[in-house]
Design a protein around this ligand. Structure first.
Ligand SMILES: NC(=O)c1ccc[n+]([C@@H]2O[C@H](COP(=O)([O-])OP(=O)(O)OC[C@H]3O[C@@H](n4cnc5c(N)ncnc54)[C@H](O)[C@@H]3O)[C@@H](O)[C@H]2O)c1
Length: 260
Protein backbone atom coordinates (compact mmCIF):
# COMPACT_ATOMS: atom_id res chain seq x y z
CA UNK A 1 0.00 0.00 0.00
CA UNK A 2 1.30 3.46 -0.94
CA UNK A 3 2.16 6.04 1.69
CA UNK A 4 -0.60 8.31 0.39
CA UNK A 5 -3.35 5.75 -0.23
CA UNK A 6 -6.75 7.40 0.39
CA UNK A 7 -5.34 10.94 0.35
CA UNK A 8 -6.79 13.46 -2.08
CA UNK A 9 -5.49 16.91 -2.92
CA UNK A 10 -4.92 19.77 -5.29
CA UNK A 11 -1.77 20.67 -7.21
CA UNK A 12 -1.52 24.23 -8.56
CA UNK A 13 1.22 25.01 -11.07
CA UNK A 14 1.55 22.34 -13.75
CA UNK A 15 2.37 24.17 -16.98
CA UNK A 16 4.00 21.17 -18.68
CA UNK A 17 5.84 17.96 -17.82
CA UNK A 18 8.98 19.89 -16.84
CA UNK A 19 7.19 21.88 -14.13
CA UNK A 20 8.16 21.20 -10.52
CA UNK A 21 4.41 20.74 -9.93
CA UNK A 22 4.34 17.91 -12.50
CA UNK A 23 7.15 16.03 -10.73
CA UNK A 24 5.42 16.57 -7.40
CA UNK A 25 2.05 15.35 -8.73
CA UNK A 26 3.71 12.35 -10.37
CA UNK A 27 5.35 11.33 -7.09
CA UNK A 28 2.16 11.87 -5.07
CA UNK A 29 0.25 9.75 -7.58
CA UNK A 30 2.90 6.99 -7.54
CA UNK A 31 2.44 6.78 -3.78
CA UNK A 32 -1.32 6.30 -4.06
CA UNK A 33 -2.75 9.84 -3.85
CA UNK A 34 -5.60 11.13 -5.99
CA UNK A 35 -4.54 14.45 -7.49
CA UNK A 36 -6.70 17.28 -8.86
CA UNK A 37 -5.16 20.13 -10.88
CA UNK A 38 -5.66 23.75 -11.78
CA UNK A 39 -4.33 25.53 -14.84
CA UNK A 40 -4.12 29.14 -15.95
CA UNK A 41 -7.37 30.25 -17.65
CA UNK A 42 -7.58 29.89 -21.42
CA UNK A 43 -7.98 26.98 -23.82
CA UNK A 44 -4.31 26.80 -24.71
CA UNK A 45 -3.30 26.54 -21.05
CA UNK A 46 -6.03 23.96 -20.37
CA UNK A 47 -4.75 21.84 -23.29
CA UNK A 48 -1.11 22.17 -22.27
CA UNK A 49 -1.69 21.28 -18.61
CA UNK A 50 -4.16 18.54 -19.59
CA UNK A 51 -1.67 16.93 -21.96
CA UNK A 52 1.01 16.93 -19.24
CA UNK A 53 -1.12 15.51 -16.43
CA UNK A 54 -2.65 12.83 -18.65
CA UNK A 55 0.83 11.29 -18.59
CA UNK A 56 0.23 10.77 -14.86
CA UNK A 57 -3.42 9.78 -14.80
CA UNK A 58 -6.33 9.31 -17.21
CA UNK A 59 -9.25 11.77 -16.95
CA UNK A 60 -7.68 14.15 -14.41
CA UNK A 61 -9.84 16.71 -12.57
CA UNK A 62 -8.86 20.11 -13.99
CA UNK A 63 -10.13 23.60 -13.29
CA UNK A 64 -8.93 27.06 -14.41
CA UNK A 65 -7.52 29.51 -11.88
CA UNK A 66 -5.76 32.84 -12.01
CA UNK A 67 -4.14 33.16 -8.59
CA UNK A 68 -4.16 36.94 -8.95
CA UNK A 69 -7.95 37.07 -8.97
CA UNK A 70 -10.10 36.43 -5.87
CA UNK A 71 -13.19 35.34 -7.84
CA UNK A 72 -11.13 32.86 -9.80
CA UNK A 73 -9.69 31.46 -6.55
CA UNK A 74 -13.21 31.18 -5.08
CA UNK A 75 -14.38 29.35 -8.19
CA UNK A 76 -11.50 26.88 -8.02
CA UNK A 77 -12.01 26.00 -4.37
CA UNK A 78 -15.82 25.88 -4.68
CA UNK A 79 -15.58 23.59 -7.71
CA UNK A 80 -13.05 21.38 -5.91
CA UNK A 81 -15.28 21.14 -2.81
CA UNK A 82 -18.29 20.28 -4.96
CA UNK A 83 -16.51 17.29 -6.49
CA UNK A 84 -14.36 16.12 -3.56
CA UNK A 85 -15.22 15.53 0.07
CA UNK A 86 -11.70 15.92 1.38
CA UNK A 87 -8.55 17.96 0.82
CA UNK A 88 -5.52 16.32 2.39
CA UNK A 89 -2.81 18.28 0.60
CA UNK A 90 -2.44 21.50 -1.35
CA UNK A 91 0.62 22.15 -3.50
CA UNK A 92 1.43 25.78 -4.40
CA UNK A 93 4.00 25.71 -7.19
CA UNK A 94 3.48 29.03 -8.94
CA UNK A 95 5.40 32.24 -9.37
CA UNK A 96 5.32 35.21 -11.68
CA UNK A 97 7.42 38.29 -12.35
CA UNK A 98 7.83 40.26 -15.54
CA UNK A 99 11.05 38.89 -17.06
CA UNK A 100 12.21 42.41 -17.97
CA UNK A 101 13.15 42.95 -14.30
CA UNK A 102 14.74 39.54 -13.79
CA UNK A 103 18.06 40.56 -15.28
CA UNK A 104 21.27 41.44 -13.44
CA UNK A 105 21.32 45.19 -12.76
CA UNK A 106 17.55 45.70 -13.04
CA UNK A 107 16.41 45.26 -9.42
CA UNK A 108 16.62 48.94 -8.49
CA UNK A 109 14.71 49.85 -11.67
CA UNK A 110 11.73 47.58 -10.95
CA UNK A 111 8.50 49.62 -11.18
CA UNK A 112 6.04 49.53 -8.29
CA UNK A 113 3.43 47.54 -10.19
CA UNK A 114 5.87 44.86 -11.36
CA UNK A 115 7.17 44.54 -7.77
CA UNK A 116 3.70 44.21 -6.26
CA UNK A 117 2.46 41.83 -8.97
CA UNK A 118 5.36 39.49 -8.24
CA UNK A 119 4.55 39.46 -4.52
CA UNK A 120 0.83 39.07 -5.22
CA UNK A 121 1.06 36.02 -7.53
CA UNK A 122 4.12 34.40 -5.98
CA UNK A 123 3.50 34.92 -2.24
CA UNK A 124 0.11 36.39 -1.27
CA UNK A 125 -1.55 33.63 -3.31
CA UNK A 126 -0.30 31.06 -0.76
CA UNK A 127 -2.25 32.83 1.95
CA UNK A 128 -5.28 33.29 -0.32
CA UNK A 129 -5.32 29.57 -1.19
CA UNK A 130 -4.65 28.37 2.35
CA UNK A 131 -7.57 30.41 3.71
CA UNK A 132 -9.85 28.83 1.13
CA UNK A 133 -8.49 25.33 1.84
CA UNK A 134 -8.80 25.57 5.61
CA UNK A 135 -12.38 24.36 6.19
CA UNK A 136 -12.14 21.40 3.84
CA UNK A 137 -8.86 20.31 5.40
CA UNK A 138 -10.01 20.85 8.98
CA UNK A 139 -13.22 18.87 8.34
CA UNK A 140 -11.20 15.68 7.94
CA UNK A 141 -8.72 16.25 10.74
CA UNK A 142 -6.09 18.42 9.04
CA UNK A 143 -3.86 18.50 6.00
CA UNK A 144 -0.55 19.49 4.49
CA UNK A 145 0.12 22.65 2.46
CA UNK A 146 3.43 23.07 0.67
CA UNK A 147 4.91 25.79 -1.53
CA UNK A 148 7.99 25.97 -3.74
CA UNK A 149 10.73 28.41 -2.81
CA UNK A 150 14.34 29.09 -3.81
CA UNK A 151 17.59 30.05 -2.04
CA UNK A 152 17.45 33.50 -3.70
CA UNK A 153 15.05 34.36 -0.84
CA UNK A 154 17.99 34.42 1.59
CA UNK A 155 21.09 35.29 -0.40
CA UNK A 156 21.54 37.46 -3.46
CA UNK A 157 21.40 35.52 -6.69
CA UNK A 158 22.13 38.10 -9.42
CA UNK A 159 19.16 38.35 -11.78
CA UNK A 160 16.71 36.68 -9.38
CA UNK A 161 15.88 40.19 -8.10
CA UNK A 162 12.21 40.76 -7.23
CA UNK A 163 11.61 37.02 -7.25
CA UNK A 164 14.05 36.72 -4.34
CA UNK A 165 12.01 39.28 -2.39
CA UNK A 166 8.81 37.41 -3.29
CA UNK A 167 10.30 34.11 -2.10
CA UNK A 168 11.33 35.68 1.22
CA UNK A 169 7.72 36.83 1.55
CA UNK A 170 6.47 33.36 0.60
CA UNK A 171 8.63 31.64 3.24
CA UNK A 172 7.53 34.08 5.94
CA UNK A 173 3.89 33.75 4.85
CA UNK A 174 4.24 30.00 5.21
CA UNK A 175 5.47 30.32 8.81
CA UNK A 176 2.60 32.62 9.81
CA UNK A 177 0.12 30.28 8.16
CA UNK A 178 1.72 27.32 9.94
CA UNK A 179 1.14 29.06 13.27
CA UNK A 180 -2.43 30.07 12.55
CA UNK A 181 -3.62 26.85 10.91
CA UNK A 182 -1.70 24.56 13.24
CA UNK A 183 -4.62 24.41 15.67
CA UNK A 184 -6.57 22.57 12.94
CA UNK A 185 -3.64 20.16 12.39
CA UNK A 186 -2.93 21.85 9.06
CA UNK A 187 0.81 21.91 8.40
CA UNK A 188 2.42 24.49 6.10
CA UNK A 189 5.96 24.15 4.76
CA UNK A 190 8.12 25.35 1.89
CA UNK A 191 10.51 23.32 -0.23
CA UNK A 192 13.56 25.27 -1.37
CA UNK A 193 14.27 23.52 -4.66
CA UNK A 194 17.51 23.64 -6.61
CA UNK A 195 17.72 25.09 -10.10
CA UNK A 196 15.62 23.18 -12.66
CA UNK A 197 15.14 24.16 -16.31
CA UNK A 198 11.47 25.17 -16.63
CA UNK A 199 9.39 27.90 -18.26
CA UNK A 200 9.60 30.00 -15.08
CA UNK A 201 13.34 29.61 -14.54
CA UNK A 202 14.06 30.50 -18.18
CA UNK A 203 12.72 33.99 -17.42
CA UNK A 204 15.59 34.67 -15.01
CA UNK A 205 18.73 36.21 -16.52
CA UNK A 206 21.98 34.30 -15.90
CA UNK A 207 20.40 30.88 -15.39
CA UNK A 208 23.10 29.03 -17.38
CA UNK A 209 25.59 30.14 -14.75
CA UNK A 210 23.25 29.05 -11.93
CA UNK A 211 22.85 25.65 -13.55
CA UNK A 212 26.54 24.93 -14.12
CA UNK A 213 27.61 26.29 -10.71
CA UNK A 214 25.07 24.01 -9.02
CA UNK A 215 26.29 20.95 -10.90
CA UNK A 216 29.99 21.60 -10.26
CA UNK A 217 29.88 22.79 -6.66
CA UNK A 218 27.01 20.96 -4.98
CA UNK A 219 28.02 18.39 -2.37
CA UNK A 220 26.21 15.73 -4.41
CA UNK A 221 28.10 16.90 -7.57
CA UNK A 222 24.93 17.05 -9.64
CA UNK A 223 21.96 19.29 -10.29
CA UNK A 224 18.63 18.63 -8.65
CA UNK A 225 16.04 16.59 -10.53
CA UNK A 226 12.29 17.08 -10.39
CA UNK A 227 11.95 13.65 -8.82
CA UNK A 228 14.13 14.73 -5.85
CA UNK A 229 11.56 17.40 -5.00
CA UNK A 230 8.69 14.99 -5.74
CA UNK A 231 9.95 12.60 -3.06
CA UNK A 232 10.14 15.37 -0.46
CA UNK A 233 6.59 16.38 -1.39
CA UNK A 234 5.47 12.79 -0.69
CA UNK A 235 7.11 13.03 2.75
CA UNK A 236 5.39 16.36 3.44
CA UNK A 237 1.98 15.12 2.26
CA UNK A 238 2.28 11.92 4.27
CA UNK A 239 2.00 11.19 7.97
CA UNK A 240 5.79 10.66 8.05
CA UNK A 241 6.07 14.44 8.49
CA UNK A 242 3.26 14.70 11.07
CA UNK A 243 5.34 16.90 13.41
CA UNK A 244 6.86 19.14 10.74
CA UNK A 245 5.40 22.59 10.10
CA UNK A 246 6.65 26.11 9.38
CA UNK A 247 9.84 24.65 7.92
CA UNK A 248 11.79 25.37 4.77
CA UNK A 249 13.29 22.13 3.46
CA UNK A 250 16.20 22.40 1.04
CA UNK A 251 16.17 19.95 -1.85
CA UNK A 252 19.13 21.32 -3.79
CA UNK A 253 21.83 18.61 -3.59
CA UNK A 254 23.28 20.61 -0.69
CA UNK A 255 24.32 23.77 -2.56
CA UNK A 256 22.84 26.03 0.17
CA UNK A 257 25.34 24.68 2.69
CA UNK A 258 28.36 26.16 0.87
CA UNK A 259 30.03 29.38 1.99
CA UNK A 260 31.85 29.98 -1.30
N1 LIG B 1 12.82 25.95 -11.75
C1 LIG B 1 13.58 26.30 -10.75
O1 LIG B 1 14.82 26.37 -10.85
C2 LIG B 1 12.96 26.58 -9.41
C3 LIG B 1 13.77 26.50 -8.25
C4 LIG B 1 13.17 26.72 -7.01
C5 LIG B 1 11.82 27.06 -6.94
N2 LIG B 1 11.08 27.14 -8.08
C6 LIG B 1 9.66 27.49 -7.94
O2 LIG B 1 8.88 26.39 -8.36
C7 LIG B 1 7.58 26.88 -8.69
C8 LIG B 1 7.17 26.32 -10.03
O3 LIG B 1 7.98 26.86 -11.06
P1 LIG B 1 8.62 25.95 -12.20
O4 LIG B 1 10.08 26.21 -12.19
O5 LIG B 1 8.11 24.58 -12.11
O6 LIG B 1 8.09 26.67 -13.54
P2 LIG B 1 6.74 26.49 -14.38
O7 LIG B 1 6.78 27.61 -15.37
O8 LIG B 1 6.63 25.12 -14.90
O9 LIG B 1 5.59 26.73 -13.31
C9 LIG B 1 5.19 28.03 -12.92
C10 LIG B 1 3.68 27.96 -12.81
O10 LIG B 1 3.15 29.19 -12.31
C11 LIG B 1 1.88 29.34 -12.90
N3 LIG B 1 1.38 30.70 -12.78
C12 LIG B 1 1.98 31.87 -13.12
N4 LIG B 1 1.15 32.90 -12.90
C13 LIG B 1 -0.01 32.37 -12.39
C14 LIG B 1 -1.25 32.92 -11.98
N5 LIG B 1 -1.52 34.24 -12.05
N6 LIG B 1 -2.20 32.06 -11.52
C15 LIG B 1 -2.00 30.74 -11.46
N7 LIG B 1 -0.84 30.16 -11.85
C16 LIG B 1 0.13 30.98 -12.31
C17 LIG B 1 2.14 28.96 -14.35
O11 LIG B 1 0.92 28.70 -15.01
C18 LIG B 1 3.00 27.72 -14.17
O12 LIG B 1 2.19 26.56 -14.10
C19 LIG B 1 7.66 28.40 -8.66
O13 LIG B 1 7.22 28.86 -7.40
C20 LIG B 1 9.16 28.63 -8.80
O14 LIG B 1 9.56 29.88 -8.30
C21 LIG B 1 11.62 26.90 -9.30
Amino acid sequence: MGLLEGKVGLVVGVANDRSYAWHIANALHEHGATVAYSHLPGEKNARRTGKAVEKITANPWLHPCDAGNDESLDELFNAYAKDHDRLDFLVHSIAFADREWLQPGMFSKTPRKAYLDAIDISAYSLSAMSGRAQDLMAKNGGGSIMAMSYYGSEKVVPGYNIMGVAKACLESTSRYLAFELGEHNIRVNTISGGFLRTLASSAVGGTDQMDSAAKEKAPLRRGVEGADVGKTAVYLASDLSSGVTGENIYVDCGINTLGA
